[in-house]
Write a protein that binds this ligand. Structure first.
Ligand code: CTP
Length: 485
């Protein structure tokens, strides 16, 4: 039977160039992997294109580069037997067909002596093992010996070989299976799932950077809970995020139960993903309750408590980020801050929402106050529609109040309205503790609403506070405008 051709998949002129280069070298070349998969999924043309040569992929890359305008640089990874060319947004990766396992991080020297089919069967999944022919005479013919096209239609993640072999070739593929299932809404075959459970501890030999790349893709999906639940059910999550699996379970003492904070967290993550694409806000949702495992206590009078879990949790964020090689920069600080403040708006909406409490919240959360509210709204997972409505109404009231207070008091990017220098001048002081005390008093006065957040009012307040501390104003203190306001 004649295999079908898919000319439309290869309309980009780059494919003709690669085809001609291969002909000149007397090689066969094929497009494989994600590009072919995404073409059939109609996900839009992928800019990362993997090319397999029957022979040297590096030689093919060099030839292609010579035929392209500007002769783009060829980056060669000799150990991996791969070569890379960037041209505009396109990112071409060339590799020689392999008989042995296909591994991105293999330390063994690569032997490029395989046929196309040998190379295809060493790839991770049937949906990633389809190839399009780049030879002139059979251009754009689909070569799909493992029925990847069928699996794409059925929505199935299946390995070309017996799953145990595919996963031990590269254990990262266990997480990749889960990542693809999450991104595409596909099912992993039962045999594959079984193999993952069996081989789960081999994930230890995979570098954390590669694991986190996959984890980030799960977190960026529409419904990360699909992947997180699969990671948990296969036992992989225990190796990656034990802080999360520690939240699993419900305990009962004296008839009092607490909720299962693991499954609750997964719901919160899905909720927040409907509201935001911000990856670090999604991480904040994932980690917002991790402090609950170490702080859980049973109190005979009040039942289950998790005192200080927000603070403990925000400290734990650092160790999670460090272990997973996530950035220890402002993104981490943002996640820490949201975890630390995650219950604050809840406390606000319980009673009457006072201006000063809102000012304090804006002061502590700064520009992230809206994200904090988004997190709190996502945190509502009650199945009681009446309660759900009430909580949402409360948070809407807090949001409204935040807007009103912020418009009036501009606390968000709080800058002290009186500087330390002005205080020193006003009382003829050298640097000393009193300056800090006065500054604090001014900040407190503003947050409590005793004075507006304005320089003149703050200056008068400052003089009063200085007098209260027994300081003597200098001559300039009586003329606030000369104080540099
Ligand atoms: N591959 C593999 N085993 C791995 C990683 C990759 O067999 N552990 C193969 C697959 O055929 C895959 C191709 O290499 O399609 C390219 O891998 P990669 O660029 O990581 O992923 P894509 O499939 O292109 O998908 P995505 O862009 O979504 O990551």
């Amino acid at each position: 039977m004649e295999n079908k051709r898919y000319q439309k998949a290869l309309t980009d002129p780059i494919f003709q160039v690669i085809s001609m280069a291969a002909t000149e070298l007397g090689l066969e070349a094929y497009v494989v992997g994600g590009y072919v998969r995404d073409y059939f999924l109609e996900r839009g043309a992928k800019q990362d294109i993997d090319i397999v040569a029957i022979g040297s992929g590096i030689a093919l890359a060099k030839k292609v580069s010579q035929m392209l305008p500007g002769t783009p640089r060829v980056t060669v990874f000799k150990n991996f037997g791969t070569a890379m060319i960037r041209q505009g947004d396109l990112h071409l990766e060339f590799v020689g067909a392999r008989k042995e396992s296909y591994r991105a991080d293999s330390r063994k020297p690569v032997v490029e002596d395989g046929t196309l089919e040998e190379d295809q069967k060493r790839r991770d999944f049937t949906i990633n093992a389809m190839a399009l022919d780049l030879r002139q005479e059979s251009f754009a013919t689909l070569l799909d010996p493992f029925q990847g096209r069928e699996d794409l239609k059925k929505g199935v993640i299946r390995t070309p070989l017996e799953p145990g072999i595919t996963y031990s070739d590269d254990p990262l593929r266990m997480i990749r299976a889960i990542r693809f299932a999450t991104q595409l809404g596909f099912e992993i075959t039962p045999a594959s799932l079984e193999a993952i459970e069996k081989n789960k501890d081999r994930i230890r030999i995979v570098s954390r950077e590669r694991i986190v790349d996959e984890l980030q893709k799960i977190m960026a999906a529409d419904q990360p809970s699909v992947g997180l639940a699969l990671l948990h059910n296969t036992g992989l999550l225990e190796y990656i995020l034990p802080e999360l699996t520690a939240l699993r379970g419900i305990e009962e003492i004296e008839g009092q139960r607490h909720k299962d904070n693991f499954w609750h967290t997964l719901e919160v993550v899905d909720n927040i993903c409907r509201a935001t694409d911000k990856i670090w806000l999604r991480w904040a949702a994932l980690l917002h309750d991790i402090g609950k495992a170490p702080t859980k206590r049973f109190d005979t009078k009040i039942g289950w408590t998790f005192h200080g879990h927000e603070f403990v949790g925000s400290k734990m964020v650092y160790s999670v980020f460090k272990r997973l090689r996530l950035p220890l920069n402002e993104h981490m600080k943002y996640v820490q801050k949201l975890v630390r403040l995650s219950s604050r708006p809840v406390a606000l909406s319980d009673d009457h929402v006072t201006d000063s409490a809102v000012r304090r919240l804006i002061f502590d959360a700064g520009n992230d106050v809206e994200d904090l509210m988004t997190l709190c709204e996502a945190d509502i997972t009650t199945k009681n529609p009446r309660k759900q409505k009430r909580y949402l109404r409360n948070f809407a009231a807090v949001r409204k109040k935040i807007k009103e207070v912020e418009e009036r008091d501009r606390i968000r990017n709080f800058q002290p309205p009186v500087t330390g220098e002005q205080i020193m001048k006003a009382f003829n002081l050298k640097p000393c503790r009193e300056i800090g005390r006065i500054k604090d008093a001014i900040k407190e006065g503003i947050l409590e609403g005793e004075i507006p957040n304005e320089p003149e009012a703050a200056y008068r307040f400052m003089i009063q506070k200085g007098l209260d501390l027994g300081l003597t104003p200098s001559g300039e203190a009586t003329q606030p405008n000369k104080g540099g306001l």
